[in-house]
Design a protein around this ligand. Structure first.
Ligand code: HEM
Ligand SMILES: CC(C)=CCC/C(C)=C/CC/C(C)=C/COP(=O)(O)OP(=O)(O)O
Length: 301
């Protein structure tokens, strides 16, 4: 049988893990790993692959921890977030701050000493972009909060790319643009579903300030923009037919869900679209990788 002390330790370990928003960070790391692999024709040196992603993940986890800390009073007011470690007092604010400082500094040091300066500074900018610019200011100030703040979350594939090449490549920026266009439909689909909670917490998310219909129209518009932006890797010769096929099928799926949200009264449409957005991004990046190794080299030769 587990003793009380052991049970408490297990719980506290889990709380610190939760502070890092692990599932969000894992998808970010998938995009950063793929950004690395797309940056070169062959294999990426293993030390860069491992240390680069550990550094980026630690910084993203640090930013997520600051978000838990700063938002603890908001989180207490929403059913989705009320049980979070800092909101519930299972992790004291001071301890969360120390944890964020340690993970952030460690991540930054790894990037500075083992990767390169440009990746370290871009990662720091993303950390501050999410933890300070989005969380402290934009989230409370404007319904465009997630559009602007989305830039920080969109950065990982570029961070992966610069970790390998040491410079900012237009193809890396294209990957950022894709996630940037993806973020509004990803988040607003959830926000429509959770509108009342955001209103209750006094956060000016788009469905609260402009209503559900306006938000659903904007989800559709951004989804159309996303579909167009995902054509660019093919049109620039960065990707081949396999990617084009994958992007078209996945994009059609996203458009379907955006239309279901706008045109039907289906109650689960918001959450279904949100879940689809995650599968979409994961699948799109995996298809990029398959295309990179199976199709594009043949085009280049
Ligand atoms: C500013 C930009 C973003 C906003 C506002 C946002 C918002 C959210 C919110 C509120 C959730 C929580 C859903 C819940 O608790 O059930 C969520 C979940 C998620 N987000 Fe985002 N997101 C953003 C960017 C990203 C990016 C860039 C990625 C990955 C590349 C991502 C991946 C995920 C994943 C995987 C989940 C599911 C987490 C889970 O199941 O616990 N998000 N997002
Ligand atoms: C260095 C680097 C790559 C940094 C990226 C940082 C990062 C983890 C971004 C996550 C984006 C996200 C989940 C936003 C939701 O915040 P929210 O406060 O609106 O949602 P919540 O209510 O679920 O907390």
């Amino acid at each position: 049988m587990q003793t009380t002390v052991e049970a408490k330790e297990t719980l506290s370990w889990r709380d610190y893990y939760e502070l890092c928003k692990p599932r969000v960070v894992m998808l970010m790391i998938l995009t950063s790993v793929i950004g690395m692999l797309l940056a070169v024709p062959g294999m990426v040196p293993l030390d860069i692959l491992i240390l680069g992603n550990i550094g980026i993940a630690l910084c993203a986890g640090s930013a997520a921890t600051v978000n838990h800390l700063v938002d603890r009073h908001i989180d207490q007011k929403m059913a989705r977030t009320f049980n979070r470690p800092v909101a519930q007092g299972r992790v004291e604010p001071q301890k969360a701050l120390i944890f964020a400082a340690i993970t952030g500094l460690l991540g930054l040091a790894i990037l500075l000493f083992f990767i390169n300066q440009i990746t370290a500074w871009l990662t720091l900018a993303s950390l501050l972009g999410y933890a300070v610019v989005y969380t402290l200011f934009l989230k409370r100030a404007t319904p465009q909060n997630i559009v602007i703040g989305g830039l920080a979350g969109a950065a990982p594939p570029l961070l992966g790319w610069t970790a390998v090449t040491g410079s900012i490549d237009p193809h890396g920026l294209l990957l950022v643009l894709i996630i940037f266009a993806w973020t509004p439909p990803h988040f607003w689909a959830l926000a429509v579903h959770r509108k009342d909670e955001y209103a209750n917490a006094d956060i000016p998310m788009l469905p609260v300030t402009h209503g559900e219909r306006y938000t659903k129209v904007h989800i559709l518009l951004y989804t159309i923009v996303l579909c167009l932006v995902t054509l660019l890797p093919y049109l620039t010769g960065m990707m081949g037919w396999l990617y084009l096929l994958g992007a078209a099928v996945l994009g059609a799926g996203f458009l379907y869900w955006a239309l279901v949200m706008l045109l039907t009264e289906r109650e689960t449409a918001g959450m279904d679209t949100f879940k689809y957005s995650i599968v979409y991004l994961m699948a799109l990046f995996v298809i990029m990788l398959l295309d990179h190794y199976l199709v594009t080299p043949a085009l280049v030769v």
